[in-house]
Every structure is written in C-alpha cells, then in structure tokens.
Design a protein around this ligand. Structure first.
Ligand SMILES: Nc1ncnc2c1ncn2[C@@H]1O[C@H](COP(=O)(O)OP(=O)(O)O)[C@@H](O)[C@H]1O
Ligand SMILES: [Mg+2]
Length: 313
C-alpha cells in the first residue's frame, strides 16, 4: 500500500514514527506537506478527461505536480493550518480515499465548545461550562459553573496556551474582552481544583483505548500539558474510564483521538478530544507502539471501508 501522512514537518517525532511504522509494515510512506498541496476544484467543461478536482503538490510552488495515488491518508493537521488542512482532507474524502481522521471529526473536535456540546449531547460527563455573548450575563455564568476561581479557555487553543485560571470576576471580564478584541471566542469552565494539576491522556484507535498516561503539572501550574513541563507516567485506566474515552472519540466520529480527562470528586470528566494527538509523550511514557496501531487502522480501512466507523457525525 501507499499511505500518505499529511504533515507540515517530516522531522516531527509523530511524523517520523508513523512513516517508519508504515515502512516496517511493508508499505510506502508519502509525507505530504499540507501547505504545499494546491486544491483545484471545478471544471470549465472543455475537456471530458479533465479531473473535476485536483490535488497537486507544488515542487517549486509554481508548477503543480500530481500527488501519487494513495491508498489511505493519515492527517496530522496542526492547529495553525486547520482551515487549509481541512480543505485537503475533504479532497481526499471526495476522491474516496480512506482517511484516519474525517474532515467532519477534525472540525468538531477542534472547537472546544462544539466538542463539549457534542459530548454533553452524547450523555458524557464534562465540567460545567458556559459561554456568554454579553458581559451582563457573565456573573450568572460564573455562578452556574461553580463560582470563583474559574477556568477561562479559548475555544481554539492547544498545548495549554489559551487556558487560564481566574480568581476574580475582573480577570474573567478582562480575558473575555481581550479574546473578543483578538476575534477569538472563549468559554468559562468549572475549575476542578481537586485534580491538583493532574490529568489523564488516553489514546483511542478504532474502538479501543490503546495507551494511557497520567500527567502531572509542575509546581504552581494547573495545566498538565507536556508542553507546559508536566511529567508523564504510564496509566492503566479502569474499564469505565477507558469506555468514556472511546465514547468521546466516537461522539466526534474520530477513529484516532487523544482524549483528555480530569478526575473530579464526581468521577472522571472529559476535557477535550485531540484529532492529531502527539505520539512522543505517550510512546515514551508507556513504551506502547501507538504509531503502529494507527497504521494498522489505516490498513484495515483500505481493506474494509467500515473499519473507520461512522464518518460524517
Ligand atoms: N476545568 C478545568 N479544571 C482544572 N484543570 C483544567 C481544566 N481545564 C483544563 N485544565 C488543565 O489544563 C490543561 C489544558 O486544558 P485543555 O482543555 O486540555 O486544553 P489544551 O487544548 O490547551 O490542552 C488540561 O490538560 C488540564 O490539566
Ligand atoms: Mg489538552
């Protein structure tokens, strides 16, 4: 098989691991820089053989080069290129090429508010969360999520950037105002203090939780992102917790997901679902070959179109 990895950087750990697993399993790996792919759609009707849509890679950014025919793609779409990456993924979808992350699922998981609404709708536990359009509604919203301190979160954020802990109403108002000035949207969320800067990252591939780690934020920090200096330890989730992560991925239509969970007094709560979870932290913490499991999923999808489950949410 010829399996494509959509990634901006061939040197990233996750990209290298996926490529090496593709090769080790006897396939050809094509690493495709999403931003070097030109998407051409529409047709002037002049030639019956002209493709209705073309996905081309630009060697010197002027002359298009048709992409090699791929059997499957593994999108690794960074948040900085969501819009463009989605255009490319949709192109592969319309060409009938299996993708381990559908464009719908990426869209749904990338917006933290839409993602939380999706999980709440599926009956899954999440921290109390509110969004307000008008400053007058803020006080009631903070009360509704359990009062101060409260978490303010940009709906498009990653690696803990855009997640803040506010001890005062004035801080929350200022953060929301700043977000609005930058044309970004934010939510207000219940602060799970009892987690003590600890959270869980569970990796779901297909309908299984294949690996999990516990992350601990460094002193004075409540965000347990590895990019914020958190430490990771392998973790074996109990069956209900693993089932929660699988259900969260399924609610978004994601066949591959990094699910963040926090342990609260009332049990595990789902924080977010990542469609391109980093592989370095989880593989190093657990010794589990997560990349191999993702490649295996892509292989299964080529053999059986139902392997990726529900595709359009
Ligand atoms: N409501 C909350 N209460 C306590 N800690 C939180 C809460 N929300 C997020 N965190 C901490 O902040 C980290 C980052 O939040 P998350 O929602 O996963 O955003 P990001 O996309 O930036 O990783 C989490 O891993 C968790 O450790
Ligand atoms: Mg996170």
């Amino acid at each position: 098989m010829r399996i494509g990895i959509l990634s901006r950087n061939p040197n990233l750990f996750s990209t290298r691991r996926l490529a090496s697993e593709i090769r080790d399993r006897g396939h050809v790996a094509e690493i495709i820089d999403t931003t070097r792919v030109a998407v051409h759609i529409g047709d002037d009707g002049s030639s019956p053989n002209r493709p209705q849509m073309m996905v081309a890679e630009l060697p010197d950014m002027t002359r298009p080069l048709m992409l090699p025919a791929l059997d499957a793609v593994i999108p690794r779409i960074g948040t900085s290129v969501t819009f463009y990456g989605l255009a490319v993924v949709r192109q592969f979808e319309s060409a009938g090429i299996p993708t381990t992350a559908s464009s719908y699922a990426i869209t749904c998981s990338r917006d933290k508010l839409q993602s939380l609404q999706t999980m709440a709708q599926a009956g899954l536990p999440i921290p109390r969360t509110a969004v307000v359009a008008r400053p007058e509604a803020l006080y009631a919203a903070v009360e509704a999520v359990g009062g101060l301190p409260a978490v303010v979160k940009l709906i498009h954020g990653t690696q803990g950037r855009g997640v803040f802990l506010a001890h005062q109403m004035a801080t929350i108002s200022a953060l929301l105002q700043r977000a609005a000035e930058l044309n970004r949207q934010a939510i207000v969320q219940e602060f799970i203090a009892e987690a003590g800067g600890r959270d869980l990252r569970l990796i779901v591939v297909g309908d299984q939780c294949v690996a999990a780690m516990e992350r601990q934020a460094p002193g004075g920090e409540f965000r347990a992102n590895l990019h914020r200096g958190a430490t990771a330890a392998p973790f074996v989730p109990d069956k209900p917790t693993a089932a929660l992560a699988v259900a969260a991925a399924a609610a978004h239509g994601l066949a591959v997901a990094g699910v963040d969970l926090i342990l609260s007094r009332r049990g595990p709560l789902l924080l977010e679902v990542n469609s391109s979870p980093g592989l370095e932290g989880i593989e190093k913490a657990t010794g589990i070959n997560v990349a191999g499991k993702i490649v295996e999923l892509a292989e299964n999808a080529v053999r059986s179109p139902t392997a990726l489950g529900k595709r359009d949410g």
